[in-house]
Write a protein that binds this ligand. Structure first.
Ligand SMILES: C[C@@]1(CC(=O)O)c2cc3[nH]c(cc4nc(cc5[nH]c(cc(n2)[C@H]1CCC(=O)O)[C@@](C)(CC(=O)O)[C@@H]5CCC(=O)O)C(CC(=O)O)=C4CCC(=O)O)c(CCC(=O)O)c3CC(=O)O
Ligand SMILES: NC(=O)C1=CN([C@@H]2O[C@H](COP(=O)(O)OP(=O)(O)OC[C@H]3O[C@@H](n4cnc5c(N)ncnc54)[C@H](O)[C@@H]3O)[C@@H](O)[C@H]2O)C=CC1
Length: 154
């Protein structure tokens, strides 16, 4: 991304689409449900880490019609052509995260530390997600030393 614009979103009760129901989808869905989003998953199969009762599950292969209401869409299948298709077919109002191609995404997810007083988000602007995860771990250790009360969910 050339000039990313960072924001925090209120997704409570907002419809969010997730295409694919595997390991990566499971991680994204966990974060979305924690934010109170109304998640619809389009996928023939669901990973056992995804609670089918907590989402709307459309048990089908991707088709544009399933996500036409959603502002925010996560393309998480293991078929790169399908993820690309989700991005290519999106309307102007839809923001798509193609999880298999950072060069084909409208937004990236961030590593997050959520404490009593701060929400700290970490990004490498797509360069190295594992480096973001490592820096998060170091910052949690540092923060815990500075603010002993700040141990909430990370
Ligand atoms: C561009 C971005 C788009 C997006 O997903 O939003 C993206 C893309 C890709 N990730 C890949 C791999 C991994 N991603 C993780 C983990 C996380 N990835 C996250 C974000 C992002 N990942 C966005 C940019 C973030 C930034 O700017 O720093 C985090 C921060 C947040 C989250 O996922 O919610 C979360 C850590 C949060 C936490 O732990 O706290 C791990 C580690 C693990 O799973 O343990 C691995 C395996 C190890 C590795 O390769 O690093 C691949 C290669 C796929 C392949 O080639 O097979 C791509 C595709 C590509 O690079 O194009
Ligand atoms: N952005 C990130 O954080 C990361 C992204 N990736 C990328 O994520 C992608 C998915 O990886 P995993 O979740 O590990 O794969 P996975 O194999 O666990 O899951 C793939 C899911 O896609 C579904 N699917 C396949 N074709 C579909 C279609 N036509 N329509 C709807 N659903 C369909 C399958 O049923 C399955 O649920 C890979 O392309 C990988 O490169 C991998 C690691 C991290």
């Amino acid at each position: 991304m050339q000039k990313p614009y960072p924001i925090l979103l209120d997704l409570s009760a907002k419809k969010v689409g997730v295409v694919g129901g595997g390991k990566v989808a499971a991680r994204k869905i966990k974060g979305l449900l924690a934010a109170g989003a109304d998640v619809t998953v389009v996928s023939p199969f669901l990973n056992d880490q995804i609670d089918a009762d907590a989402v709307h599950w459309i048990q089908a292969r991707y088709a544009k019609k399933y996500i036409r209401q959603m502002n925010l869409v996560f393309a998480c299948t293991d078929d790169l052509a399908v993820n690309q298709q989700v991005k290519a077919e999106a309307a102007q109002f839809q923001l798509v995260n193609n999880t298999s191609n950072k060069h084909d995404s409208d937004f990236y997810n961030v590593a997050k530390i959520d404490t009593e007083h701060f929400m700290i988000t970490i990004s490498t602007n797509g360069v190295s997600p594992s480096a973001a995860k490592e820096l998060k771990a170091e910052m949690v250790t540092w923060l815990t030393g500075q603010y002993p009360d700040e141990r909430r969910s990370h």
